[in-house]
Design a protein around this ligand. Sequence first.
Ligand code: ADP
Ligand code: MG
Length: 513
Amino acid sequence: MGRLAVGVAVGVAVATCAVAGVVVGRRLRSRRKWRRVVGVLRELEDSCETPVGRLKQVVDAMAVEMHAGLASEGGSKLKMLLTFVDRLPTGSEIGTYYALDLGGTNFRVLRVQLGGTRSSILSKDVKRQRIPEHLMTSTSEDLFDFITSKLKQFVEQEETVSEAAQSRTRELGFTFSFPVKQISIRSGFLIRWNKGFAIEDMIGCEIVERLQGALMKKGLDMWATVLVNDTVGILALGHYYDADTVAAVKIGTGTNACYMERADAIIKCQGLLTSSGGMVVNMEWGNFWSSHLPRTTYDIDMDLESPNPNDQGFEKMISGMYLGDIVRRVILRMCEESDIFGPVSSKLLTPFVLEMPLMAAMHEDESPDLKEVAAILRETLEIQDVPLKARRLVVKVCDVVTRRAARLAAAGIVGILKKIGRDGTGGITGSRSKSDAKMRRTVVAVEGSLYTSYMMFREYLHEALNEILGEDVAQHVVLRTTEDGSCVGAALLAALHSSSSSSSSSDGLHRRQ
Ligand code: ADP
Ligand code: MG
């Protein structure tokens, strides 16, 4: 072989080795990066773990905090607010009633005609409207003017001439889903606003008086009979359909729960007597906190950057407003760890850009190539050309975050059942053994899009409920979805407490002297 030929052969060999070296180096680097991304997922999985033992600790903590919140004002992060609702609809309510539901960006007006036998809602008309943004931070006069003018239009549209000519004052249930200190079934003072509302002149004011004044100004002959929170409406509707309903839970933009408590267990209000011996308590459970809740660095960062740090801790792990943002934060971290998702986009840095329905759609994407995931990453987070294996990782992130949320919600529900002795263990003291505690059929009314429209969430919640309670007990616990409970339930309570109803219970509610 000539020298030239040897030289060429050596050159080629060296070049081949160099290329191979570059390729191997690149592969090693990309493998390292992939491992780092997978590491982010593993870390998330570890810190979101909710084995049944931990869930049971959350159950106990919920029951203990409920006790503390009932024992004294400020005794717990759970406010355990009195609602003065001492009885729930039975199905015998009869007549036409209205409801006004204010509790978020939308408000609703409703009219129902009740037939007087269980489950006979003869007609139901609902109108939903957005509250113009400027009114959310304006004055109470502006807000109530707007609401009552819409209510007046609605009444005029819905009523026939002969109905309008009847002399009876129309009765209204008012659903006002903000923290309220109630002093009677139709009177309460606003503690503080949330959900984007900030009308300073209303804080500390009596709410029904404002509404009643605005109704009068409009010349609308209507009487607000009850003031309730949305979960109380859900409980009322649940009970209207099924007398075994003892609690209600809402898991939507935010989350909350209420339940029927024994009046004598409400220690902070000593001597409280009700005609039924019970009272619905609005837990404001979104604010529940326990060191047993599995918290990640993403939760901590989201909380610190929120307008209400250290508040609504449970809600921030469970509800629709927040889950998408936890997922966004995890994807951002993955992006920072590796270039598998390309450069960090400005969208990925934008808080709350990944909304709950999009996150649910990614989680439930069943296409073999995860088309939906790719589209949402591209269009919402501006992350292009994500390889399939990375898209699978995103689905897994959604799964971890949703599974934790649903399992914690299940633990919260069992916490309520435990507090009222319906978890099959004989209540918080555990005085009776499982075998001799006879389980009664127990229904919990549930509303909110996470539960009703997000199948994976619902399935994880049911699975956890079975795990915590055990099948023997779980078979007696029914979660029942209701619809429009926040307003239909308020109208039902207005009917139950109507001045024309013979058994109006507000008279039967007083403090022992
Ligand atoms: P509210 O605002 O009164 O809580 P909803 O019960 O409808 O009303 O809950 C709204 C929340 O549910 C929002 O956070 C919304 O993004 C989320 N959501 C709506 N549709 C879905 C869905 N299909 N899957 C998961 N979450 C959803
Ligand atoms: Mg609502």
